[in-house]
Write a protein that binds this ligand. Sequence first.
Ligand code: C2O
Ligand code: CU
Length: 464
Amino acid sequence: MRSRRLTRRGFCAGIAASGIAVARPARAAGPELLSTEVTELQLAPEGYGPTQAWTYDGQLPGPVLRQPQGSRLVRRLENRLPVPTSIHWHGIRIDNAMDGVAGLTQDPVPPGGQFDYAFDLPDAGTYWYHAHTNSSEQVTRGLAGALIVDEATPPDIDRDEVLLLSDWLLDPETGAFQEPFDHPMLRSHGGRFGNLIGTNGRFNFSSEVRRHERIRLRLINGATARIFGLRLDGLTGWTVGLDGMPLLQPEQVTSELVLAPAQRIDLIVDVTAGVGETAALLRIDDDESGRPQALFPVVGASTATRRPAPSALPPNPGMELPNLTGARLLDMPMAGGAMGGLRSARFEGADLGFRDLVQRGQFWSLAGQVGMAERPFASLSRGETVRMKITNDTAFPHAMHLHGMHFREVRQDGGFGPMRDTVLSLPDQPLDIAFTADNPGKWLFHCHMLNHAASGMTTWIEVA
Ligand code: C2O
Ligand code: CU
């Protein structure tokens, strides 16, 4: 496989890589459209070729969808791609029929077809939407965007910035996405890492700020494999929410922020850098001194002076701690991948040795099963408490995501972690998670390293 790095040539050229405006055809009355289309963009720095992306409404990332808590989101997906697609609303505690999982909750929408999504937004916070049909290719090609649900009483801030972090593996000769999207090397190792890394579709994202301004930063990891390690520079900040859900108390940011694929962190930051300086969100996962992930040039001072620490965001409904007495215990050993020592697992109704699995492009198992089985991993009664032990018997980290419900980590001391929809599982570090199965339907549980999800790490549960 070729994997040449893009050089830093042209890094400072200041190229707008976001979507180019596309004239919309006039349309008949009906729900507001969200269309998937093929769009040519300048994603790479000037001097490199353009990239044919797959976008929502011609934009990469897709348009920020923003609505008040408790409102109903209504969008008609119009598929102008040459392939079927569907949209998943990641982290929304949603009506199962609207979850967007092709083959489980809906049929994929064929080219030229439409599908009406309409669902309530019970929780405020930072969410996102992305393709959930052949997602290891479709999300990689650009089908992802932010979904922001506003609190009835917003926090006291001066500004709100959505930062959707991503990376792109481009062929430096042509600017095209490097293919194939699902090479066995990507599937069996850490997944697909880009040679160009950026924020909101730009490799050089920058936004002007004022000293002492208080900004809510909504970080979303839209990459398909990369775990971002981040640090604040010229900013003092507090974490106020994770995966959409508010923390009980804001937590001052004093060390590295870890953002696994699909996870979100809501920060409230104060600009402490001086006028003329540049504050930044730095990426420190492969260079400790930090590379700019988002730059914030300080162009003036706001009237405000330093403020006291922010207060907590208002809680979302249904954030009570699960009651573990009599909880259903589930075991979720994860195995496989390169250097994983997986001997055999069940795939499409048969027990297969690792070699046979590899021949079928499969590398990973969840609780002994490779990919979706006819029957769910667990059938739960509505309202039941579940406690799932996740053991990572592989050589790689995995970002495990549950659809439809948030869960909490049960810590070793018996305490509970914050509510999340995606948890980072590290090799040899077992996790114990618990949730109340209060949302009926068929829900996926899968790795959000999307090459892993496509090669074994996808299973489902049913709540009835
Ligand atoms: Cu973010 Cu199954 O998805
Ligand atoms: Cu994984």
